[in-house]
Ligand binder design. Structure first.
Ligand code: AMP
Ligand code: ZN
Length: 472
């Protein structure tokens, strides 16, 4: 397929509040940091919306030829973790291990690529202590009752990411919890003194544990350098978390911390943000137990452009399942239907146009909805052509290539393991065996295979063009 000159890759940057052309600062490698999960519970599909956006971002950067150096943190120490671990008589690591493992399993189920560096806060405590001491030397901290705080008044640019003027209200009010009122700026805790018999780390700052914000500054700069290309997370992290990361990092280095800040909007349920604290959440496991396919969930989470709110409904999830089925059926049709000989230049041009539309949509701040529209419009037209015998065999390869490129990003076509425990590959193998049995006039075996598949929720349909199948 020929490529015409195209518009550059561009993202909306929360820092500038503008769409900006993106290129990495150094060479061909994108240095990216994304805030990962707090492992005190199973992640919910709201969290997974943000992680799916980050996955689409990764994949699109690679599609455009960049190499990636991506760090994601695992927040494995905070107030809730300490509280829950103590209540269960476990160490922090014993307590978080289960949820960290569950997160990784969920990520795999949703086909989220593993970042190059997946790093735990608790593996970087000495680095954090060092950073806090350095901030102290530079005059950005003060101590109070054994805890160390960041003095926001010492960083005049505070507020530049969330575009808020905090100058009237930053006179030393302190906060030492990790979750607090997001309406006002407070001096935030860098090192929190140990209370009672809490687990703790010892060192020059005294017995305690790091605040949440310092972990991201420290781990980002440790693995990626002082100025990184992209920093991403959910929109609720803009303030105070990311604002605080900027305050810490830029106070330490005197250099811009991140060039591009990308924030994903929330997944909503009935007008409210899905949140653990509101109790209005579904985990991935909940939805799988209800019989939904991971690919349908992935499709749904990816289908709404990341800067738009995603209103979660079961109708929406069912529509996503149907969309995935349409995509797969089209692919199967291309692979199995006997097509007339020849090549149509018109079809070739149409396929190339669909690819251009798809790519341009994703270059445009990852407009996944437009990218999907380009593919579905193409599929609708191609199906009509096939019905009319007007999609010659010589065009099938390019149509399949279009699907392959689509799937490099959306990743919903390749076989998955269903709830019934049968993969698409296994289904296809049994269908082939059934075809062979029928050819050998062993109808008993053919019927047996059909029944066996039906038991696993797979319905076969014998059409003029061959066998089609779907999951019940
Ligand atoms: P947490 O585990 O609470 O630290 O959150 C992990 C990620 O999920 C962060 O980037 C949050 O911004 C994001 N997040 C939390 N709730 C939602 C939601 N309802 N929709 C989208 N992203 C969310
Ligand atoms: Zn973070």
């Amino acid at each position: 397929m020929k490529k015409l000159s195209r518009m550059a890759l561009r993202f909306f940057n929360t820092l500038s509040e503008k769409i900006e052309e993106f290129e990495p600062l150094e060479g061909n490698t994108v240095r990216m940091y994304t805030c990962g999960p707090t492992v005190y519970h199973y992640v919910h599909i709201g969290n997974l919306r943000t992680f799916t956006f980050q996955d689409i971002l990764r994949r699109w950067l690679r599609y455009r030829g960049y190499a990636l150096r991506h760090v994601m943190n695992i927040t494995d120490v905070d107030d809730k973790i300490i509280r829950n671990a103590m209540a269960q008589g476990k160490t922090i690591r014993e307590y978080t291990a289960e949820y960290e493992k569950a997160f990784l399993e969920d990520a795999t189920t949703l086909r989220l690529e593993r970042p190059e560096f997946l790093v735990r806060a608790t593996d970087h405590i000495p680095d954090m202590i060092e950073a806090i001491l350095k901030l102290g030397e530079k005059g950005f901290t003060y101590q109070s009752e054994g805890s160390v705080y960041y003095r926001i008044a010492a960083f005049p640019e505070y507020g530049k990411l969330s575009h808020t003027d905090f100058s009237g209200q930053i006179a030393g009010a302190r906060v030492d919890v990790d979750e607090y009122d997001k309406a006002d700026a407070r001096d935030f805790v860098l090192w929190k003194r140990r209370k009672d018999d809490e687990p703790y780390w010892d060192g020059p700052l005294g017995p305690g544990r790091p605040g949440w914000h310092i972990e991201c500054s420290v781990m980002a700069m440790k693995y990626l350098g002082e100025t990184i290309d992209i920093h991403a997370g959910g929109v609720d992290l803009t303030f105070p978390h990311h604002e605080n990361e900027i305050a810490q990092s830029e106070a330490l280095t005197g250099k811009p911390f991140a060039r591009f800040w990308l924030h994903a909007e929330h997944l909503m349920v009935e007008g409210q943000k899905m949140a653990k604290s509101l109790g209005n959440f579904y985990t991935l496991r909940d939805l799988l137990a209800m019989g939904y396919q991971p690919e349908a969930i992935r499709y749904l989470l990816a289908s709404v452009p990341y800067r738009k709110k995603l209103n979660f409904t079961f109708d929406g999830l069912k529509a996503a399942a149907t969309a995935v089925e349409r995509l797969r059926n089209f692919k199967l049709r291309l692979q199995t239907e006997p097509l007339a000989a020849g090549v149509s230049p018109e079809v070739s041009a149409r396929t190339a146009q669909a690819l251009r539309d798809f790519e341009e949509a994703l270059d445009d701040d990852l407009n996944t909805a437009e990218a999907l529209a380009a593919i579905f419009e193409y599929i609708r037209e191609a199906n009509t052509r096939m019905d009319a015998g007007a999609l010659p065999a010589g065009n099938a390869a390019e149509a399949l290539e279009l699907l392959e490129r689509f799937d490099r990003i959306f990743d919903v076509l390749r076989p998955g393991v269903s709830q019934a425990g049968i993969s698409d590959e296994e289904v296809e193998a049994l269908i082939a065996e059934r075809a062979a049995a029928r050819k050998a006039r062993d109808f008993a075996r053919a019927d047996q295979i059909r029944a066996q598949l039906l038991e696993k929720g797979i319905v076969l349909e014998d059409t003029r063009e061959g066998v089609r199948w779907k999951r019940k």
